[in-house]
Design a protein around this ligand. Structure first.
Ligand SMILES: O=P(O)(O)OC[C@H]1O[C@H](O)[C@H](O)[C@@H](O)[C@@H]1O
Length: 294
């Protein structure tokens, strides 16, 4: 009999959750609870699906996403940490940090009193201990905690790189960022405060890649699906808005035309807002995604 790799410890699961192979045979927690269904891959602790009961899929995951246990998953909520993009000094590798690239362990899974499921995942590396709590219910709660296990203060960038599914991005309107300053990654410069001239709404009709200074909750209308997606957050002073537009065709793991049915609205603490975590201290941030009828 062959003695294969030592299996990872599996926590006791409620009846509304199953751990098994998902796409590409990758370990995945499948949730089917009274309040919602959801999927979480242990690779990168990537939530790839959340469907509130009676509703439609809220998270976009590309049909060409690569599930090989090495590549970052194109869609859902990849975690960017300890760097966002190439980091504060512009030279950090891998891009967006290692958190989305490593296998996380599943610490606990429990049914919530509200009919959802709460999963706790953990990863340690590079002098940092990460804990990630995913609560999939009538809303999706994501809480990321980072402990500095090293002897020196650490500056850590973090973002919940949330891909939201839309019927048609050009008919969507994003509100909540009006009047906020932003850095435009497309021009590598600061953008004008926008939203004022358009009555507070941001419409997407081309590529967008902006890092907003904003703690505000945002709403994204999705008229084709008859809904508004809301994102509220705590300790996350950055909001990143990204759609590659047709440049997505250069991405090997995103299918042609899919850019029309997604918008990333990412909650984080990046660049000037990156927290400095003292030795032994823990910093955490939270985002909550909800859906309302339009
Ligand atoms: O292709 P990835 O490494 O996943 O990055 C996807 C995107 O992430 C963020 O939204 C950045 O602001 C973009 O500049 C970047 O292109």
């Amino acid at each position: 009999m062959s003695s294969g790799p030592h299996p990872l410890p599996v926590p006791r699961l409620p009846r509304s959750a199953a751990l098994g192979p998902g796409r590409g045979g990758q370990p995945r927690l499948l949730i089917d609870a009274p309040a919602a269904s959801a999927q979480i891959y242990l690779h990168g602790a990537t939530v790839t699906s959340w469907i509130p009961r009676g509703g439609k899929e809220v998270l976009f995951t590309s049909r060409d996403a690569v599930f090989d246990g090495a590549t970052a998953i194109r869609g859902g909520v990849p975690l960017c940490l300890p760097d966002f993009s190439t980091g504060i000094h512009g030279d950090a590798l891998p891009k967006h940090g290692w958190a989305r690239l490593v296998a996380w362990s599943l610490r606990s899974v429990e049914a919530t009193a509200e009919g959802g499921v709460r999963a706790l995942l953990a990863a340690n590396r590079d002098g940092l201990s990460l804990l990630y709590e995913v609560e999939a219910g009538s809303s999706l709660g994501l809480t990321l905690s980072v402990r500095n296990d090293g002897a020196h203060p650490r500056t850590v960038e973090a973002a919940l790189h949330t891909y939201l599914a839309l019927h048609d991005v050009t008919s969507a309107e994003l509100t909540g960022l009006e009047g906020s300053r932003y850095w435009d990654n497309l021009t590598s410069g600061p953008g004008p405060c926008d939203g004022r001239s358009s009555g507070g709404r941001l419409r997407i009709n081309g590529p967008v890649d902006r890092i907003y200074d904003s703690t505000a909750a945002v709403s994204l209308t999705d008229p084709g699906n008859g809904r508004v997606i809301t994102v509220s957050k705590r300790s996350a002073p950055s909001t990143i808005v990204w759609n590659p537009w047709s440049a997505a065709s250069a991405l090997p793991d995103m299918a042609d035309a899919e850019f029309a049915s997604m918008l990333c609205v990412e909650s984080g603490a990046v660049r000037d807002h990156a927290p400095v975590i003292e030795p032994g201290a823990t910093w955490s941030m939270q985002a909550r995604i909800g859906v309302e009828a339009l």
